[in-house]
Design a protein around this ligand. Structure first.
Ligand code: ZN
Length: 194
């Protein structure tokens, strides 16, 4: 550990209040819930919290719900959505929004599902569409980046990923102006899409 006088040199985390950053919901959770024994169950999305870790297990969620053995809470991912805390944005501009929207949305939702299983904090917070443009807000930078990469892999076009580290945010641009869909191998194996 480096020696420094923390009263003089403060990290960004320590300066969070003056920088206008809010406390991460996960930290709030730690202080609120980690002393609780047993499992936590998000009553909105079904994510399970146990020993400072959150994970997704549909069968276990069902069981916990049925037996009422978990403490019902709102998980950090749902809290982020609730409080409008976004770390990523995907901006899509494509004629496919008009010609093949189902395929686009299927891929976007499938990517969200996969990322959510890996990290229950990763969620789509909002989707807004106007004309040939769609804006998707995500609760993690990783999810926004993944959505951009999956769109690019499946439908080609142009992808630009712009991290804004200072703001803990990533802006992802994807555009594809061909009206014909360029489905690729990655579109297979999409079973489980809802
Ligand atoms: Zn949740």
């Amino acid at each position: 550990m480096t020696k420094r006088n923390s009263s003089i040199v403060l990290s960004n985390k320590e300066r969070a209040p003056e920088l206008g950053h809010r406390m991460d919901p996960h930290q709030q959770f730690r202080s609120k819930f980690t002393q609780q024994p047993g499992r936590l169950l998000c009553n909105h999305c079904g994510a399970i919290g146990f020993h400072k870790r959150w994970y997704v297990d549909v069968a276990e969620s069902e069981n916990l719900k049925r037996t009422g053995t978990a403490q019902a809470v709102l998980c950090p991912g749902c809290t982020r959505i609730d409080e409008g805390i976004h770390e990523g944005e995907v901006i899509l501009e494509s004629l496919l929004l008009a010609s093949d929207k189902d395929a686009l949305m299927g891929l976007i939702k499938h990517t969200e599902g996969k990322c959510w299983h890996d990290n229950p904090f990763a969620r789509i917070a909002s989707i807004a569409e106007e004309g040939g443009r769609m804006e998707i807000r995500t609760t993690t930078r990783w999810l926004a980046t993944r959505i951009g990469k999956e769109l690019h892999k499946a439908f080609k076009g142009e992808l630009e990923i712009k991290p804004i580290p200072r703001e803990k945010f990533v802006r992802v641009y994807w555009s594809q102006q061909s009206p014909a869909i360029g489905k690729k191998e990655s579109m297979t194996g999409r079973k489980g899409v809802t």
